[in-house]
Design a protein around this ligand. Structure first.
Ligand SMILES: [Zn+2]
Length: 87
């Protein structure tokens, strides 16, 4: 069974950093403080709140090229969508 986060990451069609910046895509990641990752992951920083988040190695390669930080933790994304997360 895949987690919801994995499904979201699968749907993110990562191309080039420029394209990511242009389309305003957001890579949704789980906060490190929320628990261990479902798959082997590296760490990145939420571009909105600065919390440490888990990120898959393939995604990490793309975002370290310097086109801004499209990473956002699930909490920030939910807040922007107006959804309250049960803690
Ligand atoms: Zn955040």
């Amino acid at each position: 069974m895949k987690t919801g986060i994995e499904k979201v990451l699968e749907r993110v069609q990562v191309k080039t950093p420029e394209e990511i910046a242009d389309c305003g895509a957001v890579i949704v990641c789980m906060r490190v403080s929320s628990g261990p990752p479902a798959v082997l992951s590296g760490k990145s920083i939420c571009g909105r709140c600065g919390e440490e988040v888990w990120i898959s190695p393939s995604t990490q390669e793309v975002i370290h090229v310097g086109a801004g930080n499209p990473v956002a933790c699930l909490q920030c994304v939910m807040k922007e969508l107006g959804v309250e997360l049960a803690q």
